[in-house]
Ligand binder design. Structure first.
Ligand code: PMP
Length: 455
């Protein structure tokens, strides 16, 4: 084994255990009894634990969701920032408004107009990435035990926020056309019958993270109608809507309902995530509460970051840049789908029409989390499906992202991944399936399985 493989396999022999076991720091933590109950839901995300290994150059990472920033015209961006600071530095480096820069809020209206949204700048609030908007919306609506409806699977970062406010997440089935309306209706009825308080539906309708699917135009009004009838707010999270590979961007759910939807947007995927600029568009009264929550959390979003985005939108051809990103990601999506088709006929996967992710279902009997140490030893990383469910399901699922590696690396990553799946299938043939509760191979054929600790 090479040094790298050795180190990787050593570091990752027990990744699941490492995730669950408290670190030395927390075992020695004298304050353990003092933490608020809500911290119980704050556990290391599987993706974060992967990052240190997945970012090694010898590993093909199909795990992260990092935009391919090398496609940005960095000289132009640098000149724009320099000019902005030279002319408006005193404002950019000062505190600003809790709701966000008025000029940027006007410009955000132009961005949202591409998805059919018409709104007033007064109903837009700028946040530190849409991640913070998720936090603020959850903060103002959720008491411990309240229910958040969410697609199965759901964005892991949102599940983390919901857990930190002690929400109960109730998953709703989704298929290749997104969230299933009749499943939503049934879920709501069941929850209401058992006395639960449902606060909002969290949904990523376009180019879903992690599912790679898009909610069909027919289902959008149906879902809005169901939620409206039951008095449930829709939280529409839309980071990828402008990154479709064909045709016009899908019309946002917010374009169909002004009062029933809080819409979240971000410049992370269409420009750059390092600036941490996102926004929420909310019905007026909700927006007022959100601004109060924002002020108490951070006083105000960074004026510097907002003015950088604002100057970029005003002086650079941002629509052309989005086109560059779309073409680049389309080529990578194609590379991934083509190599999956060529190398993994035993699995099935979604066919994204935009965004960053393919959602793969492994053959029966395989366990994506259990397989991860072997994959890392073979120098390919992915995120196991269990990260995207609040209820511990998703063992056979894998999220593969194609946004960052170039097409050749993607093909190589899929080659390695397919090799791992193939050898897992051979193990399965010899030793029988994993027992997902103990994480150990079940000795179904009287053969002693290797000691694989998957706890
Ligand atoms: N929502 C979804 C669905 C995402 O995929 C992400 C980023 N991965 C976010 C929200 C957060 O993005 P940001 O905070 O960078 O705007």
């Amino acid at each position: 084994m090479t040094d790298t493989a050795d180190q990787l396999s050593h570091a990752l022999a027990h990744p699941a255990a490492a995730l669950r076991e408290p670190s030395l720091g927390s075992r020695l933590d004298p304050w353990v009894k003092s933490y608020a109950q809500r911290t119980a839901g704050m556990t290391t995300s599987e993706i974060r634990a992967l990052f240190s290994v997945a970012s090694r150059p010898e590993v093909v990472s199909l795990a992260g969701g990092m935009p391919y920033l090398s496609a940005l015209p960095m000289d132009t961006v640098a000149a724009t920032v320099a000019q902005m600071l030279a002319t408006q530095g005193l404002t950019a480096l000062q505190y600003g408004s809790g709701q966000g820069d008025p000029t940027l809020r006007e410009q955000i209206l132009e961005v949202m107009a591409l998805e059919g949204i018409s709104a007033h700048a007064d109903d837009v609030m700028v946040t530190t990435g849409s991640q913070q908007a998720l936090d603020l919306v959850t903060r103002i609506f959720i008491d411990p035990g309240d229910v958040v409806l969410a697609e199965a699977p759901s964005y892991v970062g949102a599940l983390g926020v919901f857990a930190s406010y002690q929400a109960e997440v109730a998953h709703v089935a989704s298929d290749n056309d997104g969230l299933v309306p009749h499943a939503l209706e049934e879920r709501i009825r069941g929850l209401l019958a058992s006395g639960k308080r449902i606060k909002f539906l969290y949904t990523v309708p376009n180019f879903h993270n992690p599912a790679g699917t898009t909610l069909s135009p027919q289902r959008r009004p149906q879902i809005l109608e169901i939620c409206q009838r039951h008095g449930i707010l829709v939280l529409e999270d839309n980071p990828y809507g402008l990154l479709g590979f064909d045709g016009e961007p899908p019309a946002a759910m917010r374009s169909l309902s002004e009062d029933g939807v809080v819409y979240l947007g971000t410049f992370s995927k269409t420009f750059a995530p390092g600036l941490r600029v996102g926004w929420a568009l909310a019905p007026h009264a909700v927006r007022e509460k959100l601004v109060l929550a924002n002020e108490s959390a951070i006083l105000c979003p960074s004026a510097y970051a907002q003015m950088t985005v604002s100057a970029y939108l005003a002086t650079c051809d941002w629509k052309a840049q989005i086109k560059v990103y779309r073409e680049l990601y389309r080529e990578r999506r194609d590379a991934m789908i083509e190599s999956l088709s060529a190398r993994l006929p035993q699995a099935s996967w979604t066919h994204p029409e935009g965004g960053f992710y393919v959602w793969l279902t492994l053959p029966e009997g395989l366990n994506a989390k259990a397989m991860l140490p072997r994959a890392l030893t073979e120098r390919v990383a992915y995120v196991p499906g269990t990260a995207f469910f609040a209820d511990g399901t998703g063992h056979r699922n894998v999220r593969l992202s194609y946004c960052y590696p170039d097409p050749d690396r993607i093909r190589e990553g899929v080659r390695r991944f397919a090799g791992v799946v193939q050898s897992e299938l051979e193990l399965l043939e010899t030793f029988g399936p994993y027992d997902v509760t103990t994480g150990r191979a079940v000795r179904s054929r009287g053969v002693q399985s290797p000691a694989v600790d998957l706890s």
